[in-house]
Design a protein around this ligand. Structure first.
Ligand code: ADP
Length: 401
Protein backbone atom coordinates (compact mmCIF):
# COMPACT_ATOMS: atom_id res chain seq x y z
CA UNK A 1 0.00 0.00 0.00
CA UNK A 2 1.41 3.38 -1.00
CA UNK A 3 1.53 6.14 1.58
CA UNK A 4 0.49 9.58 0.36
CA UNK A 5 -0.15 13.03 1.73
CA UNK A 6 -3.21 15.00 0.77
CA UNK A 7 -3.02 18.78 0.51
CA UNK A 8 -6.07 20.98 0.95
CA UNK A 9 -6.43 24.63 0.08
CA UNK A 10 -9.99 25.58 1.00
CA UNK A 11 -11.40 28.89 -0.25
CA UNK A 12 -14.85 30.41 0.17
CA UNK A 13 -16.53 28.24 -2.47
CA UNK A 14 -13.71 26.00 -3.64
CA UNK A 15 -11.23 23.37 -2.49
CA UNK A 16 -7.94 22.85 -4.32
CA UNK A 17 -6.50 19.44 -3.51
CA UNK A 18 -3.52 17.34 -4.44
CA UNK A 19 -2.00 14.00 -3.61
CA UNK A 20 1.76 13.49 -3.29
CA UNK A 21 3.70 10.37 -2.48
CA UNK A 22 4.90 10.43 1.10
CA UNK A 23 8.55 10.31 0.09
CA UNK A 24 11.65 12.40 0.67
CA UNK A 25 11.33 13.63 -2.94
CA UNK A 26 7.55 13.57 -3.32
CA UNK A 27 5.98 13.00 -6.73
CA UNK A 28 2.58 14.47 -7.48
CA UNK A 29 -0.01 11.77 -8.15
CA UNK A 30 -3.06 13.95 -8.64
CA UNK A 31 -4.05 17.60 -8.49
CA UNK A 32 -7.50 19.13 -8.77
CA UNK A 33 -10.07 21.66 -7.75
CA UNK A 34 -13.73 21.60 -6.86
CA UNK A 35 -15.35 25.01 -7.26
CA UNK A 36 -18.74 26.72 -7.12
CA UNK A 37 -19.77 25.01 -3.84
CA UNK A 38 -23.40 25.62 -3.04
CA UNK A 39 -24.16 26.90 -6.56
CA UNK A 40 -22.94 25.45 -9.83
CA UNK A 41 -20.32 22.91 -8.81
CA UNK A 42 -17.48 21.90 -11.12
CA UNK A 43 -14.67 19.50 -10.33
CA UNK A 44 -11.52 18.97 -12.35
CA UNK A 45 -8.48 16.88 -11.62
CA UNK A 46 -5.38 15.78 -13.55
CA UNK A 47 -2.70 13.22 -12.76
CA UNK A 48 0.94 13.97 -12.06
CA UNK A 49 1.66 14.20 -15.81
CA UNK A 50 -1.28 16.65 -16.17
CA UNK A 51 -3.44 14.05 -17.95
CA UNK A 52 -7.14 14.81 -17.29
CA UNK A 53 -8.75 12.39 -14.81
CA UNK A 54 -11.98 14.05 -13.75
CA UNK A 55 -14.10 16.78 -15.27
CA UNK A 56 -17.57 16.87 -13.80
CA UNK A 57 -20.23 19.58 -13.65
CA UNK A 58 -23.33 19.15 -11.49
CA UNK A 59 -26.70 20.63 -12.46
CA UNK A 60 -27.18 23.90 -10.53
CA UNK A 61 -28.10 23.29 -6.89
CA UNK A 62 -27.36 19.54 -7.02
CA UNK A 63 -23.62 19.43 -6.25
CA UNK A 64 -21.93 19.39 -2.85
CA UNK A 65 -22.91 22.46 -0.83
CA UNK A 66 -20.32 22.46 1.96
CA UNK A 67 -16.61 21.85 2.45
CA UNK A 68 -17.41 18.59 4.24
CA UNK A 69 -19.60 17.37 1.36
CA UNK A 70 -16.98 18.42 -1.20
CA UNK A 71 -14.25 16.62 0.70
CA UNK A 72 -16.39 13.47 0.85
CA UNK A 73 -16.72 13.72 -2.94
CA UNK A 74 -12.96 14.21 -3.36
CA UNK A 75 -12.19 11.24 -1.12
CA UNK A 76 -14.58 9.06 -3.11
CA UNK A 77 -12.66 9.91 -6.30
CA UNK A 78 -9.30 9.39 -4.69
CA UNK A 79 -10.35 5.89 -3.68
CA UNK A 80 -11.39 5.21 -7.29
CA UNK A 81 -8.42 6.88 -8.99
CA UNK A 82 -5.74 5.79 -6.55
CA UNK A 83 -6.93 2.44 -5.16
CA UNK A 84 -4.98 1.16 -2.20
CA UNK A 85 -3.35 4.41 -1.16
CA UNK A 86 -3.09 5.28 2.52
CA UNK A 87 -3.36 8.96 3.54
CA UNK A 88 -0.54 9.38 6.07
CA UNK A 89 -0.99 13.08 6.59
CA UNK A 90 -3.01 16.06 5.44
CA UNK A 91 -1.40 19.46 4.78
CA UNK A 92 -3.54 22.60 4.81
CA UNK A 93 -2.89 26.03 3.40
CA UNK A 94 -3.80 28.50 6.14
CA UNK A 95 -3.75 32.10 5.05
CA UNK A 96 -3.08 33.66 8.44
CA UNK A 97 -0.70 32.36 11.05
CA UNK A 98 -0.56 35.61 13.03
CA UNK A 99 2.59 36.99 14.66
CA UNK A 100 3.96 33.83 16.13
CA UNK A 101 3.81 31.10 13.51
CA UNK A 102 7.06 31.11 11.57
CA UNK A 103 6.78 27.55 10.27
CA UNK A 104 4.27 24.74 9.72
CA UNK A 105 2.80 23.07 12.81
CA UNK A 106 0.69 20.04 13.72
CA UNK A 107 -2.99 20.87 14.06
CA UNK A 108 -4.79 20.20 17.32
CA UNK A 109 -7.85 21.69 19.04
CA UNK A 110 -5.84 24.45 20.70
CA UNK A 111 -4.31 25.53 17.37
CA UNK A 112 -7.69 25.57 15.65
CA UNK A 113 -9.03 27.82 18.44
CA UNK A 114 -5.96 30.10 18.08
CA UNK A 115 -6.34 30.33 14.32
CA UNK A 116 -10.07 31.02 14.61
CA UNK A 117 -9.16 34.07 16.73
CA UNK A 118 -7.29 35.45 13.70
CA UNK A 119 -10.44 35.42 11.57
CA UNK A 120 -11.02 39.19 11.95
CA UNK A 121 -7.61 39.71 10.29
CA UNK A 122 -8.49 37.59 7.23
CA UNK A 123 -12.28 37.28 7.14
CA UNK A 124 -12.42 36.24 3.50
CA UNK A 125 -10.03 33.31 3.85
CA UNK A 126 -9.42 32.09 7.40
CA UNK A 127 -12.94 30.68 8.13
CA UNK A 128 -12.88 28.69 4.89
CA UNK A 129 -9.38 27.38 5.54
CA UNK A 130 -10.61 26.23 8.95
CA UNK A 131 -13.73 24.66 7.44
CA UNK A 132 -11.34 22.59 5.29
CA UNK A 133 -9.41 21.60 8.41
CA UNK A 134 -12.60 20.58 10.23
CA UNK A 135 -13.79 18.50 7.29
CA UNK A 136 -10.42 16.76 6.88
CA UNK A 137 -10.11 16.02 10.60
CA UNK A 138 -13.55 14.42 10.50
CA UNK A 139 -12.77 12.32 7.40
CA UNK A 140 -9.26 11.34 8.47
CA UNK A 141 -9.40 11.12 12.27
CA UNK A 142 -6.20 9.05 12.36
CA UNK A 143 -4.09 11.08 9.93
CA UNK A 144 -2.05 13.92 11.43
CA UNK A 145 -2.94 17.32 9.97
CA UNK A 146 -0.43 20.09 9.32
CA UNK A 147 -1.06 23.83 9.02
CA UNK A 148 1.15 25.64 6.46
CA UNK A 149 0.88 29.41 6.74
CA UNK A 150 0.98 31.97 3.96
CA UNK A 151 2.25 34.56 6.41
CA UNK A 152 5.07 32.47 7.92
CA UNK A 153 7.67 33.20 5.23
CA UNK A 154 7.54 36.94 6.00
CA UNK A 155 8.13 36.65 9.73
CA UNK A 156 11.85 37.29 9.15
CA UNK A 157 11.12 40.96 8.41
CA UNK A 158 12.50 43.73 10.60
CA UNK A 159 10.28 46.04 12.66
CA UNK A 160 10.72 48.89 10.14
CA UNK A 161 9.33 46.71 7.36
CA UNK A 162 6.53 45.16 9.42
CA UNK A 163 5.20 48.26 11.17
CA UNK A 164 2.72 50.96 10.24
CA UNK A 165 3.25 54.53 11.47
CA UNK A 166 0.55 54.21 14.11
CA UNK A 167 0.89 54.39 17.90
CA UNK A 168 2.88 51.37 19.11
CA UNK A 169 -0.12 49.84 20.90
CA UNK A 170 -1.68 49.00 17.50
CA UNK A 171 1.45 47.11 16.46
CA UNK A 172 1.41 45.21 19.77
CA UNK A 173 -2.22 44.17 19.27
CA UNK A 174 -1.39 42.85 15.81
CA UNK A 175 -1.92 45.75 13.41
CA UNK A 176 1.16 45.17 11.30
CA UNK A 177 2.19 44.05 7.84
CA UNK A 178 1.88 40.27 7.65
CA UNK A 179 2.34 39.68 3.93
CA UNK A 180 0.89 36.70 2.06
CA UNK A 181 1.72 34.25 -0.79
CA UNK A 182 4.50 32.94 1.46
CA UNK A 183 4.20 29.32 0.28
CA UNK A 184 4.62 30.47 -3.29
CA UNK A 185 7.68 32.61 -2.45
CA UNK A 186 9.22 29.75 -0.55
CA UNK A 187 8.72 27.30 -3.41
CA UNK A 188 9.99 29.73 -6.05
CA UNK A 189 12.98 30.70 -3.88
CA UNK A 190 13.94 27.03 -3.52
CA UNK A 191 13.61 26.46 -7.26
CA UNK A 192 15.78 29.51 -7.90
CA UNK A 193 18.48 28.12 -5.65
CA UNK A 194 18.48 24.95 -7.79
CA UNK A 195 18.52 26.89 -11.08
CA UNK A 196 20.78 29.81 -10.13
CA UNK A 197 22.35 29.36 -6.68
CA UNK A 198 24.48 32.49 -6.90
CA UNK A 199 21.55 34.80 -7.58
CA UNK A 200 19.36 32.98 -5.04
CA UNK A 201 21.91 33.75 -2.35
CA UNK A 202 21.72 37.45 -3.21
CA UNK A 203 19.02 40.14 -3.52
CA UNK A 204 15.93 38.86 -5.29
CA UNK A 205 12.55 40.39 -6.09
CA UNK A 206 9.81 37.84 -6.71
CA UNK A 207 6.61 38.98 -8.42
CA UNK A 208 3.71 36.60 -7.74
CA UNK A 209 1.21 37.89 -10.31
CA UNK A 210 -1.95 35.81 -10.55
CA UNK A 211 -5.54 36.63 -9.61
CA UNK A 212 -4.02 37.61 -6.30
CA UNK A 213 -0.81 39.60 -6.74
CA UNK A 214 2.05 40.53 -4.49
CA UNK A 215 5.78 41.05 -4.68
CA UNK A 216 8.50 40.21 -2.17
CA UNK A 217 12.06 41.36 -1.55
CA UNK A 218 14.12 38.32 -0.55
CA UNK A 219 17.73 38.52 0.66
CA UNK A 220 19.70 35.31 1.03
CA UNK A 221 16.42 33.38 0.95
CA UNK A 222 14.75 35.47 3.69
CA UNK A 223 11.85 37.87 3.20
CA UNK A 224 12.84 41.47 4.00
CA UNK A 225 9.79 43.28 2.56
CA UNK A 226 6.59 42.56 0.71
CA UNK A 227 3.79 44.53 -0.91
CA UNK A 228 0.84 42.91 0.87
CA UNK A 229 0.34 44.01 4.45
CA UNK A 230 -2.27 43.66 7.17
CA UNK A 231 -4.86 42.40 4.71
CA UNK A 232 -4.73 41.05 1.19
CA UNK A 233 -5.58 44.45 -0.32
CA UNK A 234 -2.28 46.34 -0.41
CA UNK A 235 0.47 46.66 -3.03
CA UNK A 236 -0.10 46.02 -6.71
CA UNK A 237 -3.63 45.83 -8.20
CA UNK A 238 -5.05 42.33 -8.58
CA UNK A 239 -7.82 40.62 -10.54
CA UNK A 240 -10.58 42.14 -8.40
CA UNK A 241 -8.68 43.83 -5.53
CA UNK A 242 -7.53 47.43 -5.63
CA UNK A 243 -3.97 47.19 -4.30
CA UNK A 244 -2.48 50.25 -2.58
CA UNK A 245 -5.06 52.98 -1.99
CA UNK A 246 -5.07 56.22 0.00
CA UNK A 247 -7.15 55.54 3.16
CA UNK A 248 -8.71 58.96 2.54
CA UNK A 249 -10.67 57.35 -0.31
CA UNK A 250 -12.36 55.09 2.25
CA UNK A 251 -13.42 58.09 4.37
CA UNK A 252 -14.86 59.64 1.23
CA UNK A 253 -16.79 56.47 0.34
CA UNK A 254 -18.18 56.10 3.86
CA UNK A 255 -18.76 59.73 4.88
CA UNK A 256 -19.68 61.37 1.58
CA UNK A 257 -21.24 58.52 -0.39
CA UNK A 258 -22.85 56.84 2.61
CA UNK A 259 -21.47 53.40 1.78
CA UNK A 260 -21.51 50.76 4.51
CA UNK A 261 -18.29 48.98 5.47
CA UNK A 262 -19.64 45.89 3.71
CA UNK A 263 -20.18 47.85 0.50
CA UNK A 264 -16.68 49.32 0.74
CA UNK A 265 -15.23 45.86 1.34
CA UNK A 266 -17.15 44.49 -1.66
CA UNK A 267 -15.83 47.32 -3.82
CA UNK A 268 -12.19 46.93 -2.75
CA UNK A 269 -12.04 43.12 -2.60
CA UNK A 270 -14.39 42.07 -5.40
CA UNK A 271 -15.00 44.92 -7.82
CA UNK A 272 -11.71 46.77 -8.17
CA UNK A 273 -8.33 45.91 -9.71
CA UNK A 274 -8.30 44.78 -13.35
CA UNK A 275 -12.04 44.05 -13.18
CA UNK A 276 -13.01 47.41 -11.73
CA UNK A 277 -10.71 49.51 -13.88
CA UNK A 278 -11.62 47.78 -17.13
CA UNK A 279 -15.31 47.33 -16.36
CA UNK A 280 -14.85 44.14 -18.35
CA UNK A 281 -13.08 41.27 -16.61
CA UNK A 282 -10.64 40.31 -13.87
CA UNK A 283 -8.93 38.03 -16.39
CA UNK A 284 -5.86 39.49 -18.09
CA UNK A 285 -6.37 37.26 -21.13
CA UNK A 286 -9.76 38.88 -21.76
CA UNK A 287 -8.30 42.37 -21.38
CA UNK A 288 -5.38 41.61 -23.68
CA UNK A 289 -7.72 40.65 -26.51
CA UNK A 290 -10.04 43.65 -26.03
CA UNK A 291 -9.92 46.93 -27.95
CA UNK A 292 -11.75 48.74 -25.18
CA UNK A 293 -9.63 51.73 -24.03
CA UNK A 294 -10.54 50.98 -20.40
CA UNK A 295 -9.07 47.49 -20.75
CA UNK A 296 -5.86 49.04 -22.08
CA UNK A 297 -5.83 51.56 -19.19
CA UNK A 298 -6.24 48.75 -16.67
CA UNK A 299 -3.26 46.85 -18.09
CA UNK A 300 -1.19 50.04 -18.29
CA UNK A 301 -1.95 50.86 -14.65
CA UNK A 302 -1.07 47.30 -13.60
CA UNK A 303 2.26 47.47 -15.41
CA UNK A 304 3.03 50.90 -13.91
CA UNK A 305 2.26 49.75 -10.36
CA UNK A 306 4.40 46.61 -10.67
CA UNK A 307 7.31 48.77 -11.87
CA UNK A 308 6.88 51.22 -9.01
CA UNK A 309 6.75 48.45 -6.42
CA UNK A 310 9.87 46.96 -8.00
CA UNK A 311 11.67 50.24 -7.34
CA UNK A 312 10.44 50.28 -3.75
CA UNK A 313 11.54 46.68 -3.09
CA UNK A 314 14.90 47.35 -4.77
CA UNK A 315 15.41 50.18 -2.27
CA UNK A 316 14.52 47.84 0.61
CA UNK A 317 17.14 45.37 -0.67
CA UNK A 318 19.82 47.98 -1.48
CA UNK A 319 20.02 46.74 -5.08
CA UNK A 320 18.84 43.75 -7.06
CA UNK A 321 20.60 40.64 -8.42
CA UNK A 322 17.57 38.86 -9.83
CA UNK A 323 13.90 39.33 -10.64
CA UNK A 324 11.55 36.37 -10.77
CA UNK A 325 8.06 36.22 -12.29
CA UNK A 326 5.60 33.59 -11.15
CA UNK A 327 1.83 32.68 -11.05
CA UNK A 328 -0.68 32.93 -13.92
CA UNK A 329 0.29 36.36 -15.25
CA UNK A 330 3.95 36.16 -14.25
CA UNK A 331 4.43 32.77 -15.91
CA UNK A 332 2.43 33.36 -19.09
CA UNK A 333 1.82 37.00 -19.96
CA UNK A 334 4.92 37.72 -22.06
CA UNK A 335 3.69 41.11 -23.29
CA UNK A 336 2.98 42.34 -19.79
CA UNK A 337 6.40 41.13 -18.59
CA UNK A 338 8.06 42.89 -21.52
CA UNK A 339 6.33 46.15 -20.65
CA UNK A 340 7.18 45.92 -16.97
CA UNK A 341 10.81 45.17 -17.76
CA UNK A 342 11.01 47.78 -20.52
CA UNK A 343 10.64 50.41 -17.79
CA UNK A 344 13.31 48.88 -15.57
CA UNK A 345 16.40 49.39 -17.72
CA UNK A 346 17.66 51.95 -15.17
CA UNK A 347 17.85 49.04 -12.72
CA UNK A 348 20.18 47.11 -15.03
CA UNK A 349 17.56 44.90 -16.67
CA UNK A 350 17.91 43.98 -20.36
CA UNK A 351 15.33 41.66 -21.83
CA UNK A 352 15.88 38.81 -24.29
CA UNK A 353 12.62 39.28 -26.27
CA UNK A 354 12.71 35.84 -27.93
CA UNK A 355 13.27 34.04 -24.61
CA UNK A 356 10.51 36.15 -23.07
CA UNK A 357 8.06 35.27 -25.85
CA UNK A 358 8.74 31.58 -25.23
CA UNK A 359 8.31 31.91 -21.42
CA UNK A 360 11.83 30.51 -20.99
CA UNK A 361 13.32 30.12 -17.54
CA UNK A 362 15.83 32.94 -18.13
CA UNK A 363 14.38 35.89 -20.04
CA UNK A 364 17.13 38.49 -19.54
CA UNK A 365 19.88 38.93 -22.13
CA UNK A 366 23.35 37.52 -21.46
CA UNK A 367 24.71 41.00 -20.62
CA UNK A 368 21.85 42.01 -18.32
CA UNK A 369 23.20 43.14 -14.93
CA UNK A 370 20.04 41.84 -13.28
CA UNK A 371 19.03 38.30 -14.27
CA UNK A 372 15.33 37.77 -14.87
CA UNK A 373 13.64 34.39 -14.43
CA UNK A 374 10.23 32.85 -15.07
CA UNK A 375 9.61 30.11 -12.50
CA UNK A 376 6.25 28.32 -12.26
CA UNK A 377 5.01 28.26 -8.69
CA UNK A 378 3.62 25.17 -6.96
CA UNK A 379 2.06 25.94 -3.60
CA UNK A 380 0.63 22.41 -3.35
CA UNK A 381 4.12 20.90 -3.66
CA UNK A 382 5.34 23.24 -0.92
CA UNK A 383 2.51 22.20 1.40
CA UNK A 384 3.21 18.53 0.64
CA UNK A 385 6.93 18.95 1.35
CA UNK A 386 6.27 20.74 4.63
CA UNK A 387 3.78 18.07 5.67
CA UNK A 388 6.14 15.21 4.80
CA UNK A 389 9.04 16.93 6.55
CA UNK A 390 7.13 17.80 9.72
CA UNK A 391 5.68 14.29 10.01
CA UNK A 392 9.01 12.64 9.25
CA UNK A 393 7.49 10.69 6.37
CA UNK A 394 9.70 9.24 3.66
CA UNK A 395 12.56 8.90 6.12
CA UNK A 396 13.46 5.23 6.60
CA UNK A 397 13.07 4.05 10.16
CA UNK A 398 10.94 7.00 11.30
CA UNK A 399 7.38 6.54 12.38
CA UNK A 400 4.77 9.18 11.95
CA UNK A 401 3.57 11.08 15.04
P1 ADP B 1 -4.84 32.36 -8.81
O1 ADP B 1 -4.28 33.53 -8.01
O2 ADP B 1 -6.35 32.28 -8.75
O3 ADP B 1 -4.15 31.04 -8.55
P2 ADP B 1 -3.52 32.30 -11.39
O4 ADP B 1 -2.16 32.21 -10.82
O5 ADP B 1 -4.06 31.11 -12.11
O6 ADP B 1 -4.58 32.79 -10.33
O7 ADP B 1 -3.54 33.55 -12.41
C1 ADP B 1 -4.68 33.95 -13.10
C2 ADP B 1 -4.30 35.12 -14.01
O8 ADP B 1 -3.29 34.68 -14.92
C3 ADP B 1 -5.47 35.63 -14.82
O9 ADP B 1 -5.46 37.05 -14.87
C4 ADP B 1 -5.16 35.07 -16.21
O10 ADP B 1 -5.68 35.87 -17.22
C5 ADP B 1 -3.66 35.13 -16.22
N1 ADP B 1 -3.13 34.23 -17.27
C6 ADP B 1 -3.12 32.89 -17.28
N2 ADP B 1 -2.61 32.43 -18.46
C7 ADP B 1 -2.30 33.53 -19.20
C8 ADP B 1 -1.76 33.75 -20.50
N3 ADP B 1 -1.42 32.71 -21.28
N4 ADP B 1 -1.58 35.01 -20.92
C9 ADP B 1 -1.93 36.05 -20.14
N5 ADP B 1 -2.44 35.92 -18.91
C10 ADP B 1 -2.63 34.69 -18.44
Amino acid sequence: MTGVVLTINAGSSSIKFSVFEAAAHPQCRLIGQIEGLGASVHCKAVDGARKPLIDRVWPAGEGPDSHAAALAEIIGWLEEELPGVRVEGVGHRIVHGGRDHTKPVLIDDALVADLARLTPLAPLHQPHNLAGVAAAREHFPDAPQVACFDTAFHRTQAFVAESYALPRSYYEEGVRRYGFHGLSYEYVGRRLSEIAPLEAAGRVIIAHLGNGCSMAAVKGGRSVATTLGFSSLDGVPMGTRCGQIDPGVLFYLIDQKGMSTKEVADLLFRNSGLKGMSGLSHDLRVLETSDDPQAKDAIEHFVYRVRRETGSLAAALGGVDALVFTAGIGENAARVRARILGGLQWLGVTLDPAANDRNQTVISSADSKVKVFVIPTDEEAMIARHTIHLLGLGVPGRLIA
